[in-house]
Design a protein around this ligand. Structure first.
Ligand code: RIB
Ligand code: CA
Length: 316
């Protein structure tokens, strides 16, 4: 049986890889793309989501979501990582299609009710749409199969501050709402995504294998900018596989090792955006973690299997 997923996204070069992977995976049925600010402004994220579905030749609804964080001051879009078009400045032609009239939060609520207990939300950006959907209809927490999110870090340092990962620091209040709601959350954070890397050759193989669509060519072109960022900033050849790792988790969770943890998010001060993971049931002198839901925190990954699953899904 295929797994029904909604992808909440801020495309984004690595979001593009995740979305193409999901479209290509026979194990998944992508019900909708919902968009958020993050790597780019939300209007551009929506345009980019439409471009990705058209490049892949997939007819899937796209719904636009939140433009700013719930409470925190917005951070500027990281155009030095993803380019000003979000796709490494490749200036791909505008999409022909249009977004759904509903908001992302409404789309999530509607689909969860249409398919009770069958929908997994895979979140690849800041978490405002999920928080808004919960506010719109709190009953969805009991009706969602699982939330798999790329974000946060337990033992691994952050990538925006020494402790904060990008998707969480972009809307820390929303992230705290998502981690403390009564649905099953799996956190695919930097502890695992920093263990998985791809390089130019890996994407070239996908490009060569993709003879009937333009996904491989698109990914290859867009990722050159991302590779340059990694080269110049970290002196690394290649890049980490952030967002696509969540899609792999949705297909084959046994590629990861997880540990139960109660996750709270620092919403202000020098630690803003930090995901603070407590041992379930352990008594602390302060009660921020007490009686909160337990998250599945990814702490290990079989990188070879993960990369092989991506390659085979793209027939490479
Ligand atoms: O920290 C990695 C995350 O931030 C990914 O979702 C990537 O797209 C960036 O926005
Ligand atoms: Ca993303």
């Amino acid at each position: 049986m295929t797994r029904k997923i909604i992808i909440d996204t801020d495309p984004g070069i690595d979001d593009a890889m995740a979305i193409f992977l999901a479209f290509n995976a026979p194990q998944l049925d992508v019900l909708a793309l919902t968009t958020t600010f993050g790597n780019v402004a939300v209007e551009l994220a929506t345009k980019n989501a439409l471009i990705l579905s058209e490049v892949a030749g997939v007819n899937v609804p796209v719904a636009q979501g939140v433009a700013v964080p719930l409470v925190a001051a917005p951070l500027p879009p990281p155009d030095f990582v993803h380019g000003s078009d979000g796709f490494g400045n490749i200036n791909w032609p505008a999409p022909k299609g249009q977004a759904d009239e509903r908001s992302a939060a409404q789309m999530i609520v509607d689909l969860v009710h249409q398919y009770p207990n069958q929908v997994t939300i895979v979140a690849l950006g800041p978490l405002g749409n999920l928080a808004k959907a919960l506010a719109l209809d709190p009953s969805i927490a009991e009706l969602v199969d699982e939330v798999i999110l790329m974000g946060g870090a337990d033992k691994e340092p952050g990538n925006v501050s020494p402790v904060a990962e990008a998707n969480i620091i972009n809307d820390p209040h929303a992230a705290d709402i998502v981690f403390t709601a009564s649905w099953q959350v799996t956190m695919v954070g930097l502890d695992v995504t920093h263990r998985v890397m791809i390089n130019d050759k890996f994407l070239d193989n996908i490009r060569q294998a993709d003879t009937d669509k333009q996904c491989g060519e698109f990914l290859y072109q867009a990722t050159q900018f991302y590779f340059n960022f990694y080269q110049q900033t970290f002196d690394i050849e290649g890049c980490y596989v952030h967002d696509a790792s969540t899609i792999v988790y949705a297909i084959a969770p046994d590629i990861f090792t997880t540990t139960p943890g109660v996750v709270r998010v620092a919403t202000e001060g020098v630690a803003i955006g930090q995901t603070i993971v407590a041992t379930p049931g352990k008594h602390y002198a302060v009660n921020f973690w007490q009686d909160k839901p337990v998250t599945n925190v990814c702490v290990g990954v079989d990188s070879e299997r993960l990369l092989s699953l991506i390659a085979t899904t793209f027939n490479a």
